[in-house]
Design a protein around this ligand. Structure first.
Ligand code: GLC
Length: 802
């Protein structure tokens, strides 16, 4: 015994790691002292007493840090789509530290013990770095990073997380979970996006901890208030440090790294009606017809689990949908797109195609002995496709022909945490191709991403045009494949407001196409709540009404004629705004910036933005500010940030940097437009396939400051936009010159709008004419004082003087 102890002591000394944890494995270990630093074209390798760290440069503003206490394993990521672009531009060394630079960031590495700190290279400002006491740490398989917490530091992001906009003082876990009717402070929910943004003084930075194991983030919730930490139950200590100097640049960099969304099908941005479940087929047709009869615009109707035969994925219920092609043809005839749900669980039943094929080919997740894992979901006992394997994704993707051949072009991926009754799938269940195998501990948080990927790739391929994909579970990078919604919320004002924070936070975390179940999935909203939530839905990237099987029917006409009129008016507003919304999505495809933007993006250093009363406010696209408000209030205080603002519904103007009391009747959600803001609108259509009247109204609200706006249009459905078939032009408002300039069109697509209607809000009341390319055009005045003038659309530039 003594001999053995002596031997291991010698080994420890020889290995240079005289450290308790290395001996016993029971206590945590940290890096210890620096032993060597080697610079390569790929980065900088640091060897320390108890581990090694590799630093590499993805962009001058993006540095990756990988650390292990043993040896590096092969590199892999489900989120990251980029690789190293080069090494550090400069290295300097002193007796106490090593400094490496990019054009934007300096990393200072202290030698004893090894700790990492990041600085802005130009200003010399400290951005973020290790807590001197701990830094990088290993504790069994657990990896973590303890970081310095500054007195005035705020944290935002982390995706779909409850709590306040500023996450300081909170702690979170990522472990994708099925949480029906989640509590207002529930954690974890359905998604894992381990990317957050830190803000202090005038500095910003971001950290993406790319690790799919169960992970945790502690923003100074339970320490001495001088450190924050994050980590995971396994895997590598692997994070990307972002040093860009604004929140929007950080989001751009993060989505450069993890990808951006592609243009969605236009129809999916219209109003969507869902329910668990419309059945049988005659009910679906009747609901669709009622929308048309009542002239409530809508583009999509959903089929939840009851369209299937015994909940078998890729089948149709002979009872509920005996002739799906015919039913869907009729729906299409009424201008509807139909979305069907798919869950991952494949029913264990001999003779069922997907089961037989999956078993024969060995496509399901397994126990360690190779037997297929069985868990119970809607269909009863199920096996679960191993989406980590390319051949399984391919097989899954091709199976969608059972739905597409009937006319389906939207695919709703649910229960993909994955969820089973009883919740806790054994941790040892195995996924992944030979050589890349992993257990559920590593696979769970990425499972929904891989399922969405399989669905996205398969359905775009079969359809040959854009498909709409929606998912509940997700990991970082999900924006490349799918829209997301926030799962099984409940019918309450508090949930409505929480939902907005979830949407805003997802937007801070790279996910633009987001929605919540409007009205609340579980429960029964009052007419007031339904109206209010529907009016907020107008300004939600995905506008979907959904309710569970036991809830009373939830269509816009179920709450009495008054409520119906209000909801119709609001849904019409969504359709009016579609040119603006579509352009906002385009911007997101180019920059990764969300469509619903937390005020923290633009007004990062304004403390008002983080106050509980103001934290749900957001910008919708470039120029609209929305102030969500409970349904039982008829007026509310609204914080208007710097600049001048107009109320959208009345054109009453306000000076920003102030809190105003805004009337908030149920028919008029407090929505504001930025002075100088440009908003293109169309005339109401009943669905996006309707041609409309060919008039694009370009609304401009007068202001002291100039502005510019990019208008974007394409066919809304094909991939031709990727080959240059789009119609894009920028519009500039130049108040100093009393001019509006509409640039010449870029792209080869012909706009659906032949006529432009310039609508001027808040301009000189004596204005009688405008000059269009030097020619005088008369304006007409509406009762509310707006001035409008009609001009023929043309692809060359248009200069408007007023
Ligand atoms: C889950 C989904 C919900 C769906 C239901 C039935 O609860 O989150 O949206 O309606 O399953 O499929």
């Amino acid at each position: 015994m003594i001999k053995r102890k002596f031997l291991s002591l010698c080994i420890a000394i020889l290995a240079g790691s005289f450290n308790l944890s290395a001996q016993t494995g029971t206590l945590s270990s940290q890096l210890g002292k620096l032993q060597s630093a080697t610079q390569t074209a790929q980065g900088l390798l640091i060897r320390a007493e108890n581990g090694q760290v590799f630093l590499s440069v993805y962009q001058p503003t993006i540095i990756r840090l990988r650390a292990v206490n043993q040896t590096f394993k092969p590199d892999s990521s489900q989120a990251v789509i980029r690789t190293v672009t080069g090494g550090f531009s400069k290295l300097t060394e002193s007796s106490t530290e090593i400094l490496v630079n990019t054009d934007s960031i300096q990393v200072r590495i202290s030698k004893s013990p090894v700790r990492f700190s990041f600085y802005n290279i130009k200003t010399g400002v400290f951005l973020s770095g290790d807590d001197e006491r701990i830094g990088l740490s290993w504790n069994g398989t657990q990896v973590s990073n303890y970081r310095k917490l500054l007195p005035n530091e705020r944290f935002i992001g982390l995706g779909e997380k409850t709590g306040n906009l500023d996450r300081r003082g909170s702690t979170y876990v990522n472990w994708n979970s099925d949480v029906p009717a989640y509590a207002l402070n529930a954690d974890p929910l359905y998604k894992t996006i381990p990317f957050y943004i830190g803000i202090h003084d005038k500095a910003t930075y971001g950290i993406f901890f790319d690790n799919t194991h169960k992970s945790f983030f502690n923003f100074g919730a339970s320490t001495d208030d001088s450190m924050s930490y994050f980590g995971a139950e396994g895997g590598e200590l692997n994070y990307y440090f972002f040093g860009a100097s604004s929140v929007s640049r950080l989001i751009e960099d993060y989505t450069w790294l993890t990808g951006r969304m592609n243009m969605p099908p236009l129809w999916s941005l219209g109003y969507q009606q869902c329910r668990w479940s419309y059945k049988p087929d005659t009910q679906v047709l009747e609901i669709a017809k009622t929308f048309r009869d009542k002239k409530i615009p809508v583009d999509a109707i959903y089929l939840d689990i009851d369209y299937m035969d015994a909940y078998k994925i890729f089948t149709w219920s002979p009872k509920n949908f005996p002739n799906p092609k015919n039913t869907i043809d009729q729906l299409k005839g009424m201008g509807f797109h139909v979305v069907t749900i798919v869950d991952p669980g494949i029913k264990v039943e001999k003779g069922y195609k997907q089961y037989d094929e999956g078993v024969q080919k060995g496509y399901f997740a397994t126990y360690p002995n190779g037997e297929f894992y069985t868990g119970t979901v809607w269909p009863g006992p199920c096996h679960f496709p191993d989406f980590y394997r390319p051949e399984v994704r391919n097989w899954w993707g091709k199976s969608f022909s059972a739905l597409t051949e009937k006319g389906i072009d939207g695919f709703w991926n649910d229960m993909n945490e994955p969820a089973v009754w009883g919740q806790n799938i054994p941790d040892l269940i195995q996924f992944g191709a030979k050589g890349k195998q992993m257990t559920l501990r590593e696979a769970r948080n990425g499972y929904g991403l891989q399922m969405s990927r399989a669905t996205y790739e398969g359905t775009q391929d079969i359809l040959g045009r854009r498909a709409f994909v929606l998912t509940r579970a997700a990991y970082a990078g999900i924006q490349r494949y799918s829209a997301v919604w926030t799962g099984d919320n409940a019918s309450s004002d508090a949930h409505m407001l929480l939902g907005q924070r979830l949407v805003n936070s997802l937007g801070l975390s790279g996910v633009s196409y987001t929605g919540v179940d409007i009205g609340g999935f579980i429960g029964n909203p009052s007419a007031e709540l339904m109206m209010r939530w529907n009016s907020l839905g107008v300004y939600t990237p995905m506008f979907r009404n959904h309710s569970e099987i036991n809830a009373p029917m939830r269509e816009p006409w179920r709450f009495g004629p008054e409520a119906e009129a209000v909801m119709r008016k609001d849904i019409e507003q969504r359709y009016r705004l579609l040119p603006y919304i579509y352009s906002a999505f385009y911007k997101s495809t180019q920059t990764g910036l969300p469509v619903a933007l937390s005020l923290a993006i633009e007004y990062t250093t304004d403390a008002e933005v983080y106050k509980e009363a103001n934290q749900n406010e957001f910008l919708f696209g470039d120029n609209i500010l929305v102030a969500p408000v409970e349904s039982n209030k008829t007026s509310t205080s609204v914080y208007l940030p710097a600049g001048d603002w107009y109320r959208l519904s009345s054109d009453v103007s306000y000076t920003g940097n102030s809190t105003i009391e805004a009337a908030a009747p149920l028919h008029d959600l407090p929505v504001f437009v930025r002075a100088g803001g440009i908003i293109p609108m169309q005339t109401v259509v009943q669905n996006t396939s309707e041609k409309g009247d060919g008039i694009l109204s370009i609304h401009i609200w007068n202001g002291k400051k100039g502005s510019s706006y990019v208008y974007y249009e394409d066919d809304g459905s094909s991939f031709d936009n990727e080959k240059g078939s789009y119609y894009k032009r920028s519009i500039s408002f130049l108040p100093a010159k009393k001019q509006v300039l509409i640039d010449k069109v870029a792209g080869s697509f012909n706009s659906q709008f032949t006529q432009l209607n310039m609508v001027l809000h808040g301009f000189d009341t004596k204005l009688k004419n405008i000059m269009v390319n030097g020619k005088q055009v008369a304006i007409s005045r509406a009762a509310n004082g707006t001035a409008s003038a009609s001009i023929a659309n043309q692809t060359s530039s248009i200069s408007i003087g007023y």
